[in-house]
Design a protein. Structure first.
Length: 365
């Protein structure tokens, strides 16, 4: 069974639910979301007012937020920017803390404790009519969820996920906004219902540890990286593998980061320790690979929301490329070893984390 090889879609054909797949009510919710999002895929155009390549090429250093997290066990390990409140961003650190910060006020809004080892991933769950959730996944084998309390304006813990027996290496909220996925070095991935909250699925062990995770923007496919260069793609409804992607390489490497394009046709990943690849999901082949230099080590890859730009963070700074032409639009090597990257509202800013600092590039006022 494979990713559908059509020029119009990249979803799997609907099969009968596997015996060990998701509950039927959850599958119905995923299918409903898929029908809505996939039908609109052809109409997904660059939003009005979105930053064009010429503007992105002119970005310069705009803002810097130093001294984040503690000096002991220093270092930001994960970064994400809010879509609802674009001045707010979430970080995880080597200090085991999850921190919410507001750039406009230069204030820490929340400093959340509970993990016993470094934070590997953080993300928001932002859904209209529901409280904002802050989610984290850690090397301590657990994940935590905090919910915003409107009356106190504080975040309170609502759940600790201890499903896995290995370090958590992947975290992503599903397009339904009611499901979150985790990947682990214990060779399994799991799904968690945010509305309950409760676990709803854990996969059978894979042959390899799982080292990264991403969810397709239409919500039916889940991609997982491995330390053997292979990307495994599963039907999220059944837990059945849909495809296995392996770049031609003589030296195995760890696929430590993945990102689907918003139009759903491509998957961005490392293709070696120092190069990146765009996979065409319709053909299950690499559409393009690009070397970043022999000494570059990739930490994070990311598509922007318009699927026009590809961002890469690594040990020698930040790179931003145009999707189709691979023109290098930005190169910020002065930032040094960079753990995370994010695109700001309307693509008008690039955010990156390095050491205890978050830097922002854009058009200076």
């Amino acid at each position: 069974m494979g990713v559908a090889p059509t020029t119009e879609d990249v979803s799997m054909a609907q099969d009968d639910q596997a015996e060990d797949g998701l509950p039927k009510a959850i599958v119905a919710q995923i299918d409903e979301t898929y029908q809505i999002l996939s039908a609109a895929r052809k109409k997904r155009k660059t939003p009005a007012g979105y930053a064009p390549p010429a503007e992105v090429k002119s970005f310069t250093s705009k803002h810097s937020i130093p001294s984040l997290h503690s000096a002991s066990h220093a270092g930001i390990t994960a970064l994400t920017v809010s879509r609802v409140n674009p001045s707010q961003f979430l970080t995880g650190g080597n200090d085991k803390i999850v921190q919410l910060y507001d750039r406009d006020t230069d204030k820490v809004l929340a400093s959340l404790r509970g993990h016993t080892k470094k934070i590997n991933h953080v993300t928001f769950r932002e859904r209209e009519g529901h409280p904002t959730l802050l989610l984290s996944a850690s090397a301590d084998k657990s994940a935590r969820i905090w919910s915003h309390d409107a009356s106190s304006e504080e975040y309170r813990p609502i759940s600790t996920v201890k499903t896995h027996k290995g370090e958590l290496t992947g975290l992503a909220v599903h397009p339904t906004s009611t499901i979150v996925a985790y990947a682990s070095l214990d060779k399994t991935y799991s799904l968690y219902d945010l509305s309950t909250p409760s676990p709803i699925f854990r996969s059978s062990p894979s042959d390899d540890p799982l080292t990264s995770l991403a969810i397709h923007p239409d919500g039916t496919l889940l991609a997982l990286g491995t330390p053997t260069s292979t990307i495994q793609i599963y039907d999220i409804r059944t837990g059945v593998m849909a495809a296995s992607l392996t770049p031609p390489t003589n030296t195995p490497f760890t696929v430590n980061t993945l990102s689907f394009s918003e139009n759903g046709y491509h998957l961005l990943s490392p293709s070696a320790l120092s190069s990146v690849a765009v996979w065409d999901l319709r053909k299950q082949k690499t559409a393009h690979t690009h070397s970043l230099g022999e000494t570059y080590k990739i930490n994070k890859v990311l598509y922007d929301l318009s699927a026009q730009y590809l961002g890469v963070a690594g040990n020698e700074g930040v790179r931003v490329f145009a999707h189709k032409t691979w023109e290098e639009l930005l190169k910020f090597d002065e930032v040094g070893d960079t753990s995370g990257i994010a695109f700001g509202l309307q693509g008008k800013e690039i955010w990156a984390s390095s050491g205890r600092e978050v830097k922002i590039w854009g058009i200076s006022a």
